[in-house]
Design a protein around this ligand. Structure first.
Ligand code: AMP
Length: 546
């Protein structure tokens, strides 16, 4: 027997309908790519998204067609998402920080028909355009006054283009499992893989993301997503914020400490989210100027492990609650968030920071397990590490154009490629990427734990740990560090700082000082490049063992 409730497909554009109806006047503030601050609201965004939908429809863009965006977080970018979604086309966020060859590969693989680009990326696209045969036209997200002269095919200024139609248009209706958005994972090896979200998965994920023990978003918040919309589905903020009717502040192209601080302060932002690199720049700025953060209540830190010292600074110096979050493109992207359960709520100081080093517990809609290499489930004791696997309605079941390649195990779980522990209260802690874990004498050493510890050294700016071949132990850790500007330290200084804070056999066998650590396009340490650089490195302990 079926239930007798209404059919109401979970379609993403219903979110902007709701925001426009009940929170229509709520401000959406952007630092525009052209420069000035621009303020609009949800009602206007919906009205213009309808125009965009009508315009795309007029151009023959149909259900399932991919429309690429190469753009910062702005009100126009938000409009493009909803306009594209409203006709059943698929927004494809392209990460401008990828290498040109990867960009070409991704855009061609996705078979994007239209490219919507910010002014910033016009010169880049002009260089690539010859190799993007499927793109029929380029829409530059600006007005006629700022439209540059360009060789891009059928290029037009966004404002002129949508100005050619009125907004008299009705969203299309279709099955909630229809494809909605696409984001390629920036793998460190092989070709990128396309993750294809559905309307249903995005809507369910937005509910999950807004929950009190997720981002705890409400209509009373002023939310600033610093994480770009082209990173892992923009961490759902383009959906979960209008869903609750919170006000939005969008930082556009400027994410340096001073620019971010200016927006936090001027618009009394209460909630914000980004990767650690962004927060490092903000904290440095605050230290320099002595400014405070009186309005900010919560900051989500994710994408890479949140360093302990960063969490401590935010909470103890600035009174801002840190929510450490973990996720991945394949998970829409939220997997877990570290909020305090009653068992931990009373903790303060170092004990609280210990818990906040963990990536936290999953919201309803994400199931987790840890297994060994033979797929046997491992205990949740907070110590045993294993491969982290996940299942849920907003987790990928296969990649785009690779529907026949199985990526789920027999129970339908997706292998995240991360290695983690889970404690008895269900808090997950990442200890490594499966391919980065250091295998020493048959035991695993977590490179992330050592890195976090090394970053705590007051003179260290960045640290990475890789496994180096060892004749006796198979692999041993090498700590690679970048010192802060004008600071020096010896190997002995660094090791003495770490001594006693981790197991003896986890201590790095050597320390290498470098000027720079390579990063991927999403700001993660590119271990593969480091391993290549140090492939012939001989550890002092290796010589001794031979
Ligand atoms: P992406 O799909 O580019 O967002 O990358 C996802 C990967 O980033 C995860 O599988 C993790 O390896 C890493 N990651 C994300 N958040 C965290 C975190 N809080 N701590 C450690 N690693 C993280």
């Amino acid at each position: 027997m079926l239930g007798l409730m209404q059919e109401w497909p979970l379609l993403c554009h219903r979110i902007i309908d709701h925001a426009a109806t009940y929170h229509g006047e709520r401000p959406v503030v952007t630092r525009s790519v052209e420069g000035p601050i621009f303020t609009t609201n949800y009602a206007a965004i919906r009205a213009r998204a309808l125009k965009l939908a009508k315009r795309l429809d007029k151009d023959g863009v149909k259900l399932g067609d991919r429309v690429a965006t190469l753009a910062w977080n702005t009100w126009r970018h938000l409009e493009t998402w909803y306009g594209i979604l409203g006709i059943g086309a698929v927004y494809h966020t392209v990460n401008p920080r990828l290498f040109p060859e990867q960009l070409i590969w991704i855009i061609n693989h996705a078979e994007d028909r239209v490219m919507m680009t910010d002014l910033t990326f016009v010169p880049l696209l002009e260089k690539l355009a010859d190799r993007l045969p499927k793109i029929e036209r380029y829409i530059v997200l600006t007005d006629a006054a700022h439209m540059p002269k360009t060789s891009l095919k059928n290029a037009v200024a966004y404002e002129e283009w949508i100005g050619e139609v009125d907004g008299d248009f009705a969203w299309k209706s279709f099955d909630e499992n229809t494809a909605a958005g696409m984001c390629y994972t920036s793998g460190t090896t092989g070709n990128p893989k396309g993750v294809l979200y559905s309307h249903r998965s995005n809507v369910l994920h937005a509910f999950m993301a807004a929950l009190p023990d997720s981002k705890n978003l409400s209509v009373r918040d002023v939310c600033m997503p610093v994480v770009p919309m082209f990173h892992a589905n923009g961490w759902s903020l383009a959906f979960s914020t209008p869903m609750v009717g919170a006000s939005l502040v969008l930082p556009g192209a400027k994410m340096d400490g001073a620019s971010i601080y200016e927006l936090l302060d001027a618009y009394k932002v209460t909630f914000t989210a980004a990767v650690p690199t962004v927060w490092l720049m903000l904290l440095q700025e605050l230290e320099k100027t002595g400014a405070k953060l009186p309005h900010l209540k919560r900051v989500v830190i994710g994408g890479s492990a949140a360093p302990r010292a960063m969490t401590q600074k935010f909470e103890q110096t600035y009174g801002v609650e840190v929510v450490h979050a973990w996720g991945m493109t394949e998970m829409s992207p939220l997997g877990s968030l570290c909020t305090m359960k009653p068992e931990y709520a009373q903790l303060t100081g170092e004990a609280r920071l210990d818990i906040q080093q963990k990536q936290g517990h999953p919201p309803f809609g994400v199931e987790m397990k840890i297994t060994d290499d033979a797929d046997k489930k491992l205990p949740w004791d907070g110590k045993t590490f294993g491969r982290l696997k996940v299942r849920g309605p907003a987790v990928a079941r296969c990649y785009f154009k690779a529907e026949n390649e199985k990526i789920l195990d027999a129970e339908g779980f997706f292998d995240t490629g991360d290695v983690s522990t889970i404690d008895p209260y269900g808090y997950m802690q990442i200890t490594d990427r499966a391919k980065d874990v250091i295998k020493s004498g048959g035991e695993w050493i977590s490179s992330i734990d050592i890195e976090n510890l090394a970053i705590g050294h007051p003179k260290v700016a960045e640290a990475a740990v890789i496994g180096i071949k060892h004749p006796k132990w198979d692999e041993r850790p090498l700590l690679v560090v970048v010192m802060k500007k004008d600071q020096t330290a010896t190997k002995e200084d660094i090791l003495a700082f770490m001594q006693g804070k981790i197991a003896k056999w986890w201590m790095p066998d050597d320390v290498a000082f470098v000027d720079e650590i390579p990063h991927t396009a999403t700001g993660k340490i590119l271990k593969i490049a480091l391993r290549e650089r140090f492939k012939n490195y001989v550890l002092p302990t290796a010589q001794a063992a031979e």
